[in-house]
Design a protein around this ligand. Structure first.
Ligand code: ZN
Ligand code: ZN
Length: 130
């Protein structure tokens, strides 16, 4: 069987999707890192980017029963991993969202007052700064 060496842990694994993540752009269609290292990499990235640890992520994941916090679609039905949504002002983690909700929520947050303004009723008294 064809084997492939992980770039990170340098261990050799069978060159299959069971041991490596899918990477359609690469020559063999597999990622550089074994699935274990790819996972570790992802959590290292989460920690760096959001300040969330693997435990925090798992806690949220469990709390939301593995579903998106807004549309409640389970992770198993999604093509992308649930992303961390955090309050941009306070940096506080709000929850895990699917990529669609995450993108639209950000969009809604940004334009909600314009949306209210656009809708004739009810009229907002003041336009708050976002
Ligand atoms: Zn590895
Ligand atoms: Zn969603």
């Amino acid at each position: 069987m064809k084997t492939k060496q992980c770039y990170k842990c340098h261990k050799k694994f069978p060159a299959t999707l069971k041991f490596f993540n899918e990477q359609p752009k690469s020559e063999d269609g597999l990622g550089k890192f074994c699935s274990k290292c790819a996972r570790a990499q992802l959590f290292a990235l989460l920690k760096w980017y959001y300040g969330i640890t693997r435990e925090d992520w798992n806690k949220l994941y469990k709390k939301q029963h593995g579903c998106c916090a807004i549309c409640h679609r389970p992770q198993t039905e999604l093509s992308h991993r649930l992303g961390v949504d955090h309050d941009h002002k306070t940096g506080k983690i709000r929850g895990l969202l699917c990529s669609i909700c995450n993108a639209h929520y950000g969009w809604f947050e940004k334009f909600k007052y314009d949306i209210i303004k656009y809708e004739p009723k009810p009229k907002p008294k003041h336009r708050h700064k976002i």
